[in-house]
Ligand binder design. Structure first.
Ligand code: ZN
Length: 66
């Protein structure tokens, strides 16, 4: 590793604002509903990392439905 300064003329690019398709709650599952509600609250306060956490949890949880 060298400490030579990089010559990139552009700053590091943030992840594009391209939302993946978000998982939907399944049927009347209260756990799904809770995760979706938490996701809505997180988005309402601009907490994108929490929104993403909820999506991960929701996806993972949904796999348990089958
Ligand atoms: Zn569920």
């Amino acid at each position: 590793m060298t400490t030579e300064p990089t010559r990139h003329s552009t700053p590091p690019v943030e992840l594009p604002l391209r939302w993946e398709r978000e998982p939907d709650p399944a049927g009347a599952c209260p756990d799904c509903a809770e995760l979706v509600a938490a996701r809505s609250r997180a988005r309402a306060r601009g907490d994108r990392s929490a929104v993403s956490d909820c999506n991960v949890l929701l996806r993972r949880h949904r796999q348990g439905h089958r």
